[in-house]
Design a protein around this ligand. Sequence first.
Ligand code: C2E
Ligand code: CA
Ligand code: CA
Ligand code: CA
Length: 280
Amino acid sequence: VKKAGGSGSAFFDAAMDTAAQERLQMENDLRTAIHERRIALYYQPRVDSRSGRVIGLEALVRWIEPDGRVIPPTEFIGLAEECGLIDELGALVMDEACRQLSIWKAMDLHPPRVGVNVSGHQLDSGALVPTLSATMARWAIEPGCVEIEVTETALVRDSESGSRQLEAVRALGVQVAIDDFGTGYSSLAYLTRLPSDTLKIDRAFVVDLARGDRAAEAVVRSIIGIARDLGKGVVAEGVESIEQVRALDGWGCHTIQGFIYARPLPAEAATRLLAEGGIL
Ligand code: C2E
Ligand code: CA
Ligand code: CA
Ligand code: CA
């Protein structure tokens, strides 16, 4: 511990030490959680607003504390990326998603496609494609059942190699969705050239729609138009109201993900939903 020697920084240093210690503690806790597989996936339905049918599920990771407390990904994905745990965590997420798919298959539930979020670091390290193919093989999963979701910001660091990785993913038969489309700083030309099957409209634009924001409306309608013209799918996420569903439907976006239909569900609840026929 440093002495308060007139510089007035001892308090600051102590605060820094505490933050660093907490971070180190959290890093160790996360490492242990990954090794003990105390990581769960919640599944949020993607719904066709015309039929109410669940046509996909997005897998969203949660860290489960020994006392049962559920920690959201916003509190640990960044940490996992910074401390080199993201490849391991990503592999575990992929394994868990495929394991769950195999359970649903064994129950004859004909699960819709499962979307798995992938960090830019998994693309950078080159670990993604081998992990994907090995995991699908381990659980005998057809590639058509799996989709990866990548954000634009994850791709811009090295766009050449990013594009090649996405091509390789698609060559496996796995679909690619561009998550949070248009929220980064990439040019449209770049974005539309990325190898992808689906564009996901970010919640931020959808939220602003509800406020009657004309700029947000223009952005949302443009993304829907781009997807249509390029023959790609389009999904709106973060949809919370029937007005938003109606507007999106009128503009040609019928695939909706958001609290209006369902929150991310624990695996058992998602299984019940599928067993009941998958209509919301
Ligand atoms: P995301 O991929 O954009 O996922 C959508 C987030 O919005 C989820 O938060 C979801 O619960 C939330 N959401 C969905 N519908 C609504 C709605 O109608 N209203 C509101 N207010 N929120 C809604 P979540 O589960 O906390 O995940 C946050 C982020 O963490 C994700 O954003 C994704 O970037 C990241 N993430 C989640 N799972 C993974 C994973 O397995 N790997 C990686 N690398 N990142 C993940
Ligand atoms: Ca996502
Ligand atoms: Ca998103
Ligand atoms: Ca987002």
